[in-house]
Design a binder for this molecule. Structure first.
Ligand code: RNT
Ligand code: ZN
Length: 417
């Protein structure tokens, strides 16, 4: 059976449950995933002084072919997006600036250092998102940035935050698409602090200074990202979940939920509805923790499907910026981008194909048997026929065929690096 006939058969199966597959695909068409630049080069970036990766994050592995220049990273990203259905976004870190070889410190980054990225984004038809970089820098070497006890170091990082929002706003203006600027600071202690409060007060004060200037939310929205702990910062992280939930709600910023930033059995899927009730918007860093915040490639596992369902069921997708955050250096980096992005899209498709009204009705009527049995039956419905059809209509390879293209690219391009 060809792809279209398989799709037509699947359409009937879903129609019998009251689900319109054409409508589901229209909704999927509107989804943009923010693809993390840092998967392409193991969070290296392009500052002229190459600093080691710090901040309690790691990209273990040494798979050959890592992008070493901006041109290589863009070429790799273009290869990846050619294999991903739909129109997406690219998520930049400040350390990926294009300063034409000149040393530009973090507190003096400007929109002009990202102009070539904006031009590239226009050319490939993607939106951009942004992140100030509060790690891999001498002024972050002792584990503190915006919460540092030394005012001069705090001020340096405050200037970085202020500049980063200007870059975000300029990106949003030139591309005509809101830039989500995400603030994650690693600040914390390896060992038990004597004072848990003062660094948090300093962090809130620094952020207040950074966010003091209002920016049109059509151009740029600010988000803050919490974390449980980082490597070498096991005892105390200033920006914990409670800290940022409180901060984001009281200041009405967006909140970023990263799947790897909670206790090992704690999941972000259950947090989405609450954040959407109290914050103006939500940024997701979809990742996959394996025993710790290991940033493994996103797989189509139970939690990813739960995230997809919660996003769709919320009815507030317009308030959510879905981004990916993993960096695996042990496999082909282009393949890592493609498989993770296709997986989050698959999870959203499955969610769009859910007969949610029927499930809610069963729940309201107390018929938990129907709720459970129907949910189980949905797992084996032919959603993959709908997915394949979508890939074909978007002119990207169907099924595992995309891997052949990545392998050919590895042979002709990556292996020559
Ligand atoms: C670190 C955070 C942060 C980074 C990126 C590179 O734990 O998840 O979002 O991964 O900014
Ligand atoms: Zn993250």
């Amino acid at each position: 059976m060809n792809i279209t006939s398989r799709y037509q058969a699947a359409r009937e199966v879903y129609a019998a449950l009251g689900v319109n597959t054409d409508e589901a695909l229209k909704k999927l068409d509107r989804i943009s995933i923010s693809i993390q630049c840092w998967q392409g080069d193991d969070v290296g970036g392009f500052e002229s002084v190459g600093a080691a990766l710090t901040g309690g994050i790691q990209a273990p592995g040494n798979y050959p072919g890592m992008a070493r220049t901006i041109d290589e990273l863009r070429a790799d990203a273009e290869k990846a997006i050619s294999l991903i259905p739909g129109r997406h976004r690219f998520n930049l870190h400040a350390s990926y600036l294009d300063s034409a070889g000149k040393k530009v410190d973090r507190d003096t980054v400007e929109p002009k250092h990202f102009q070539s990225w904006i031009d590239w984004a226009k050319q490939v038809g993607m939106g951009l998102d942004f992140n100030p970089t509060y790690f891999s820098h001498p002024k972050a070497a002792d584990g503190f940035t915006l919460a540092h006890a030394d005012k001069s170091i705090r001020d340096f990082w405050i200037r970085h935050g202020i500049q980063s929002r200007k870059i975000g706003a300029e990106i949003g203006r030139q591309l005509g698409s809101t830039c989500a600027t995400n603030f994650w600071m690693p600040d914390g202690f390896k060992d038990i602090p004597a004072d848990r409060l003062a660094p948090r007060e300093r962090m809130a004060d620094s952020l207040d200074q950074i966010f003091a200037t209002k920016i049109d939310p059509k151009l740029n929205v600010d988000s803050v990202e919490a974390k449980l702990f980082g490597i070498g910062l096991e005892s105390y992280t200033v920006g914990s979940h409670e800290f940022y939930m409180g901060y984001a709600v009281s200041r009405q910023t967006h909140l970023t939920l990263d799947s790897g930033h909670f206790h090992p059995t704690e999941v972000i899927s259950d947090k989405i509805s609450s954040v959407l009730m109290f914050c103006p918007g939500l940024v997701l860093h979809v990742s996959r923790p394996v025993r710790w915040d290991s940033d493994h490639v996103v797989l189509l596992d139970d939690e990813l499907q739960a995230i997809g369902r919660e996003l769709v069921r919320s009815g507030k997708l317009d308030k959510v910026h879905i981004g990916l955050d993993y960096f695996d250096a042990s496999i082909n980096r282009v393949a890592a981008w493609v498989v993770g992005t296709r997986n989050i899209l698959k999870s959203l498709l499955v969610a769009f194909l859910e007969p949610s009204a029927t499930l809610r009705k069963a729940e309201l009527e107390g018929d938990y048997t129907v709720r459970m049995v129907l949910s189980e039956e949905l797992k084996s419905l032919p959603w993959s026929a709908v997915w394949d059809y979508w890939c074909e209509t978007k002119c990207v390879p169907v099924g595992p065929a995309w891997l052949d293209e990545v392998k050919a690219y590895e042979k002709t391009v990556l292996s020559k690096r």
